[in-house]
Design a protein around this ligand. Structure first.
Ligand code: CA
Length: 225
């Protein structure tokens, strides 16, 4: 399950990342409001943990914009204070649940499990990028009338590229993300799977393309000539 954590307090974020990874969540962390919002808007996550006080943009505004853009990912707000006002504001702007700091990790994990179950029932599990729709449930890639099944690795690669659109991802980042920290994946494995994934994009006649940036890595682009 992919989880987005937006939290600016360094030690809190580190502890949460470690805890959540131990629980087998695939965690991406941002410490800054606008970056967190961009990540949330990709729809690439199954769950979002959102702190309220953040640099650049607060958690309430992020939740509001996420919902305004039709992203239905369940949001758990972390409120620093126990005031009722904060909780009400959080729920009003589209968060699904809240937890007051400091909290017990057991409590956090229980809330996340509950939200995760809700997610499976209510979200169609689809990611969108340009003319593409990637259905994560059945790993089907669709563009207009065309669709094709992706292998598990191809689906992960595309999901990761969509989540990080506009950024160049290095082969190292991709290898770690797709094959895991412990694997001894050769970087040319990444290249091989990139070319499989590209073929699928061509097959459905998408205008999205995976650009190789020489000596650095890969980037997903849309509609460039
Ligand atoms: Ca904070």
């Amino acid at each position: 399950m992919r989880l987005l954590l937006v939290e600016d307090e360094k030690r809190m974020a580190e502890a949460l990342c470690e805890l959540l990874r131990l629980e087998k969540y695939d965690v991406d962390h941002y410490a800054d409001g606008p970056e967190g919002l961009d990540a949330a808007l990709t729809g690439a996550y199954d769950l979002i943990i959102l702190d309220v006080m953040l640099p650049g943009k607060n958690g309430f505004d992020i939740a509001r914009e996420v919902r305004k853009n039709g992203v239905k990912t369940p949001v758990l707000m972390l409120t620093a204070k126990s005031e009722v006002d904060d909780k009400v504001t959080g729920l009003d702007c589209g968060a699904d649940d809240y937890l007051t700091k400091p909290f017990m990790t057991k409590e956090l994990l229980a809330r996340l499990r509950a939200l995760g179950r809700r997610n499976r029932n209510t979200v169609d599990g689809a990611l969108r990028y340009g003319d593409l729709t990637l259905n994560k449930e059945n790993a089907t890639l669709t563009c207009g009338e065309n669709s094709v099944r992706l292998s598990e690795k191809e689906a992960h690669i595309l999901e990761y590229l969509i989540a990080n659109q506009g950024q160049i991802l290095t082969r190292e980042q991709l290898a770690v993300k797709i094959w895991g920290y412990d694997s001894d994946t050769e970087y040319n494995n990444v290249e091989v799977y990139m070319s499989f994934t590209r073929k699928k994009l061509n097959f459905v006649k998408s205008k999205a393309e995976i650009k190789a940036v020489r000596g650095i890595g890969y980037e997903l682009r849309y509609g460039h000539v």
